[in-house]
Design a protein around this ligand. Structure first.
Ligand code: BTN
Length: 322
């Protein structure tokens, strides 16, 4: 009922009286008032003038399924959205549902996580009400060896969404850190369940520092991380960013499925802050230094090492020596 009242207020160009709303929805004026009260409690600003009625003035930036779905232009991504105020990790919820047979496109979003994780066993810290913690189930029908391409597709979708919603110009540090002004604003994590020759499902997770204050970032990462709000100087709508990310992700993922990684390789290269740079790459105990030449058709980094060999790098952490 609350959603119907909200939808009616959104459509109404004029203020709507409690009686008119009640008539339209087949409920009493008192029931309408209760819904308006509940919506206001959630943060919707609803004006009420004695003779005219209710007007929706503004909506809160709450990561609610109904808010996110409102302008989603996707076929399957986000058709089902589960939102939690708090959870251990959205990856865990999505993985459990995927194991139970949930189809591709289910999205799990949390306002904050108590055990958010990043790549290589690192943790991902999020401030309640300020960030985006999102996981989506994918069933790409790929071989496990192709998994490294999925976060590259997601990186381009994230960069496009951030650029469109904030006007900032993000770039990508291979494999999938999204940076603004050289500092990390978002990270992508890909976890999969697979057989020897077949991926059952992928849980693609993204964390974005949206309206996080610099002082809320852990001290240990303040020099290397930032938030969109800190870079823009004003708050950014998390709802708009999630919508745009899901729209971009689905469209890039469909092109990727139809034509392979080559279909987005050029765009990824144009966003890369890594190609052409002198870098140090570590992966476990392995350490290589050299110049990044390119990214190949499989999404692997081509490094010309200081020793003169050309290495294809599948995974690792890239650092540009200062
Ligand atoms: C990284 O930069 O190392 C990747 C960070 C990924 C964080 C996101 S937040 C949503 C999802 N749930 C998690 O626990 N991790 C990912």
């Amino acid at each position: 009922m609350k959603q119907s009242v909200l939808a009616a207020l959104r459509q109404g160009k004029q203020p709507l009286s409690g009686t008119a709303l009640g008539k339209q929805l087949g409920v009493s004026r008192a029931a309408v008032w209760k819904c308006v009260h509940e919506l206001r409690r959630q943060g919707y600003v609803i004006d009420s003038s004695p003779r005219k009625g209710y007007t929706l003035v503004s909506s809160p930036d709450l990561l609610l399924p109904e808010e996110i779905r409102r302008v989603l232009a996707t076929r399957s991504f986000g058709k089902r959205i589960i939102c939690r105020d708090e959870c251990t990790s959205t990856q865990d919820i999505a993985a459990e549902l995927a194991r139970g047979g949930e189809p591709e496109g289910l999205v799990v979003i949390a306002d904050t996580q108590t055990r958010g994780r990043g790549r290589k066993g690192r943790s991902w810290i999020s401030t309640p009400g300020a960030g985006i913690c999102l996981s989506i189930i994918l069933r790409p029908g790929l071989k496990p060896s192709q998994i490294a391409q999925i976060p590259l597709v997601a990186g381009v979708a994230a960069a496009r969404a951030i650029r469109a919603v904030t006007g900032l110009k993000p770039d990508i540090k291979w494999p999938n850190d999204i940076l603004v002004g050289g500092k990390k604003v978002a990270g992508i994590l890909t976890e999969m369940s697979c057989e020897i020759d077949h991926i059952n499902h992928v849980i693609l997770g993204i964390g974005i520092n949206v309206n996080t204050l610099k002082s809320d970032l852990p001290e240990s990462i303040r020099d290397i991380a930032t938030s969109l709000c800190a870079e823009c100087g004003h708050n950014i709508s998390r709802v708009a960013l999630v919508q745009r990310f899901l729209n971009e992700l689905e469209s890039l993922y469909r092109s990727y499925q139809a034509d392979g990684f080559v279909s987005i390789r050029q765009e990824w290269k144009s966003l890369s802050n890594t190609i052409g740079s002198q870098v140090e790459i570590t992966d476990g105990g392995k350490r290589l230094t050299g110049e990044v030449l390119d990214i190949d058709g499989d999404g692997f980094l081509l490094l010309k090492t200081d020793a003169g060999s050309i290495e294809r790098i599948v995974a690792g952490d890239v650092v540009k020596p200062s």
